[in-house]
Write a protein that binds this ligand. Sequence first.
Ligand SMILES: [Zn+2]
Length: 322
Amino acid sequence: MKLNLFSVVTFLILLGSCNTHEPIEIDSQKLLETIKMLSDDALEGRAFSKPGNQRTQNIIIKKFTELGLETVVDNSFYQEFSHTFKGKIRQEIFPVKNPKEDFSNVPDTIAKGANIIGMLKGETGKSIVITAHYDHLGIRDGKIYNGADDNASGTAALFAIAEYFKNKPTKHNLIFAAVDAEEIGSLGAEYFLKNYQDASNINLNINLDMIAHSDYDPELFACGLFYYPNLRKPLERVKSDKIKLLFGHDDPDSKEQSDWTSSSDHRVFHRAKIPFIYFGVEDHKDYHRDTDTYGSINPEFYIEAVKVIIQSVENLDAHLSK
Ligand SMILES: [Zn+2]
């Protein structure tokens, strides 16, 4: 058989395409519109138990309904919990002008919060729980803390990930948990796990917290491999020519990097001996400031970060099913 140049090139292209992942398609416009909506002033910084936080819950429930997710807890997306603030602790949660004010006689306050939880069913009974906290710091000294990166970014990503996997079967159930009250000690994630009937079937927690901010190098971290090195291979296979997926921030003895093992909701799973991978960026100038707005995220980085996370979910789902 005589091969002309055209057929050789075609053959090489076909060969090449077998080795590379086909590009991840997501609705980038929708993703940006959603993070913008979740970090809008109208939600008043989404502080635990405040009206803006409750309005956020309704937005998430609407999204989960539109996506056609299944419920996980009590036939509802809405999982309510309450928390008692002891008088003195209240000072830390709702700071007042005079920090020396004596709160010892302040009566306890019971406040209500809620996780919003939905699921795409997989082929086996095993589950991957993808968490993102939707609460943030609220209004402080008259300023709204919008929390666009922290963590409207992770919350909006949940919808994009669910949309992607809606028509793409996975081995694991993908449980999407938009959790409340991370900013005051991961109360939502803790409540979810404590009350989850089937914790022994959770193979992995993937936590998303601050994935939209990149001022310098486009770097996203996957943290957790120090404790769960068997998850390295599927993450190493993730490809991106736009951002770097780095591993680290999980070695307690590291001199160069801070340890993020307990920095967000994944610690609740880690403590329960459930493996986790936490995706996030380095702390930045807008972290926990009123400048963490939609205007200070990096849209291109964010869109690519979500695609990288989707590839990671795909690879981890396959890897953990072997
Ligand atoms: Zn956060």
